[in-house]
Design a protein around this ligand. Structure first.
Ligand SMILES: [Zn+2]
Length: 311
């Protein structure tokens, strides 16, 4: 992990705010209410203390700051701690536990847990970003695995935690998506595929029956014959090893940092690992800044994130 912990953005709220503004507003402040670019910084409010980083829009006269409409909005946690937590999660290949964040930030476990879920929300694919992966001359691997369940000392837990399926869709040499599905059925797998992958792609799967029909909707369908013990063809073309690599990261992360995962939160963990995968070619700081930029419009309420402690 290459984080310079002496950087003021991790300790000084004004520096953290300036950093967040530079990421979200490279060309100056944008009104959170009307989207216009003309705003004045409020330096003095008559007779009372003003909030740091407050702007007033010249068009709609509303006030806003850089955290309005983001996952950091209305938080009592200092902004510098948010920026540090974001960098830690961006840099940690295996994922971090709430316990680690609690220690490093000096916040309560509950706060650490909640912050991490908010940051995961920023790492999830945006509802507006529906552009499919793959396309002409692209190979998209699809595979599914079961995550959660058995920890090292699972016998001590009763009942043994359940395992839940995740489908990975990965364009070779390109981006990926991961989808938790209720059950591995042809219907669920098809839905994940057609909503995320261009049908112009060549689909690469194992010989599971769930891919039989959906495979025909794609430009071509390559199958590796897992049931016959085959894991790649002679020229290394037909395989789903890229999916295997993602699953290995996800499983190691969940076992190592979270021990187990509830079904309610599985999609967010899968998104967290997919985000790092999709930004693997950038350095740790750039990856963190990509999260800060994506924090917009994804504010998560406490209710929606579920109850603390049941990660
Ligand atoms: Zn405005």
């Amino acid at each position: 992990m290459s984080i310079d912990l002496t950087n003021p953005i991790f300790h000084d709220d004004a520096a953290a705010r300036a950093h967040l503004e530079a990421q979200r507003w490279p060309n100056g402040p944008i009104c959170a209410h009307c989207g216009e670019r003309h705003a004045d910084k409020i330096t003095k409010l008559e007779g009372k203390a003003h909030r740091a980083g407050l702007y007033q829009c010249k068009t709609c006269r509303e006030q806003f700051s850089v955290t309005v409409g983001t996952v950091f909005e209305r938080s009592k946690v200092p902004l510098a701690k948010w920026v540090l937590a974001t960098h830690l999660m961006a840099a940690s290949k295996k994922g971090m536990s709430a316990k680690q964040i609690e220690r490093m930030l000096g916040v309560t476990y509950k706060t650490a847990w909640f912050m991490m879920h908010r940051i995961r929300e920023a790492m999830s694919p945006s509802a507006t970003d529906t552009s499919p992966i793959g396309g002409t001359d692209k190979i998209v691997e699809s595979d599914e695995t079961f995550v959660g369940g058995k920890a090292k000392n699972a016998k001590r837990f009763k009942p043994v935690p359940k395992k839940y399926p995740v489908v990975a869709l990965i364009e070779r040499g390109g981006p990926m998506r991961a989808k938790h599905v209720a059950d591995v059925t042809g219907k669920n797998v098809r839905k994940a595929l057609v909503t995320n992958v261009s049908r112009k792609s060549m689909l690469m799967t194992d010989d599971a029956a769930v891919y039989e029909r959906i495979g025909k909707e794609f430009y071509a369908h390559g199958k590796v014959n897992h049931s016959a013990g085959q894991y790649a063809d002679e020229i290394g073309f037909k395989h789903i090893n890229t999916c295997e690599s993602y699953f290995a990261l996800l499983k190691r992360g969940i076992m190592g940092s979270f021990h187990s995962v509830s079904e309610a939160h599985l999609q967010r963990y899968a998104d967290e690992f997919a985000f790092r995968w999709n930004h693997r070619k950038t350095d740790d700081a750039e990856r963190a800044n990509a999260i800060l930029k994506a924090a917009e419009g994804k504010r998560l309420t406490y209710r929606r994130s579920g109850e603390a402690g049941h990660a």
